[in-house]
Structures are given as C-alpha cells and as structure tokens.
Ligand binder design. Structure first.
Ligand SMILES: [Zn+2]
Ligand SMILES: [Zn+2]
Length: 227
C-alpha cells in the first residue's frame, strides 16, 4: 500500500520541498534533536535545571520527553501531517519519538494517544496523534490503548498560558473507566505549555492510572535560541 502511494504521490521533502523523500538526508541533518540526558525531566525542554521553560510547574504527568525542538524541518512535517493530511509523516515522526524513548519505555507501559478535539477530527478526517501513536506502537512494541476521548473546547492557539490550563481542564473523558491502564505514556505532537498533556494525565489518574508519563514529537520553546 505504501509503495503504491509513493508511486502515485511521490513524497517531497518537508525541509526543502525536493522530490524523492519525506525528508532528504540534508534536511534530516538539520533536525534539532533534544538529548534527554540534558533536558528537563518534567517538560522535556533542553537545558540544565532549573528549567526556564516550565518554571518548575508540577504537571499531572511525572516525566516528559520531546524528540526535537519545534523548528523546521520537524515543525513543517507536523503541519503537513495535521493540516496537509500527509499521513505518511506519522511514521517518520514516530521514529524520532522512538529514538528519544529508547531505554525509557517499560514493558508494562501502555501508549495513550492524546485525542484531538471532535471538531479537529471532523475537519481533518483523522486524528494525527493517533496516527503517530500507532506508528510508535509498531516501532517500539509497546501496546496502545485509546483510553481517552476528546470533548469540545476553545481553540488553544488563541489563549495565554494560564487560560490554556483552564480551557484544557475538561477537554478529555475516559473511554472506559474499568480498563484505564495502570501505567500510561501519553503521546502528542507538540508540547507547548503542557496544558493539554497535563489535563489528559489528570483524567487518567482519576480513572485509577498509577503512573503517567508523556512524550511529544516536538517541544515549543520560547527561551531556547535558534542555533
Ligand atoms: Zn530536504
Ligand atoms: Zn521544564
């Protein structure tokens, strides 16, 4: 199926738009990966403690890892996946996440995708974080459970930091309280303030989950300067 898709719709590089690959070798080399050994344990932002990005805020999840900074070409690949419906990027982005999770995921973890809002799923026709989480499950062998469903909320992009936390507080519901995983790793595309992942984690904990961690493809940092 993938081969046929590539034949009919040849991929173009998310970084330089050249045909031939979803990301060419040169642009792959430009990815600003985050080394988890030199990143905030709580929010995944690069840098030594104390973390300037999260300011020591306590989240509903215990730890977070992010694969790269939210800068081109990764930011462009995420836009192409979400708004360009170029779903082939899910696998590529999941591979980045798998690299940053190497040795960190445990055999009894369950991957839980952060569901997009019902309006976004209707608009796109698919849930991008679910695509990434499915690819991550294939890549790592860690099982996936769609333990959360999305509820309608205001658009996060137009809100400030504290407003985002308030807006997100009721964004999710448990799909089946009886089958909430004991150890969950939330999967999302972008970590900005952490409000979305925080809300998702608190709902899982309310359902009996004992340990929640989080992974995101990219960390949106306001204080880390471009290289
Ligand atoms: Zn390129
Ligand atoms: Zn932090």
């Amino acid at each position: 199926m993938r081969g046929l898709c590539d034949l009919l719709f040849p991929p173009r590089c998310a970084g330089c738009d050249r045909p031939g690959a979803l990301l060419c070798p040169q642009c792959t080399g430009r990815i600003e990966r985050i080394d988890p050994g030199h990143a905030c344990v709580a929010c995944g932002a690069p840098g030594a403690p104390p973390c300037a990005e999260c300011g020591g805020r306590r989240f509903g999840f215990g730890e977070a890892r992010c694969a790269s900074l939210l800068r081109p070409p990764v930011s462009r690949a995420i836009v192409l996946l979400k708004d360009g419906c170029e779903r082939r990027y899910a696998e590529f982005l999941a591979q980045l996440v798998a690299e940053v999770c190497d040795g960190w995921l445990r055999s009894d973890d369950v991957l839980v995708p952060v569901p997009a809002s019902p309006a976004a799923v209707r608009r796109r026709g698919f849930d991008h974080a679910l695509d990434v989480a499915r690819a991550l499950a294939r890549e790592t062998g860690v099982p996936l459970a769609r333990a959360l469903s999305g509820r309608p909320t205001a658009e996060q992009r137009v809100l400030g930091r504290d407003e985002r936390f308030a807006n997100r507080a009721h964004a999710f519901a448990l799909v089946c309280p009886q089958t909430t995983p004991r150890r969950a790793v939330l999967v999302d595309d972008v970590f900005t303030t952490g409000a979305t992942l925080d809300a998702a984690a608190r709902v899982l904990i309310s359902g009996g989950c004992l340990d929640v961690r989080a992974v995101a493809v990219a960390r949106s940092c306001s204080l880390v300067r471009p290289q």
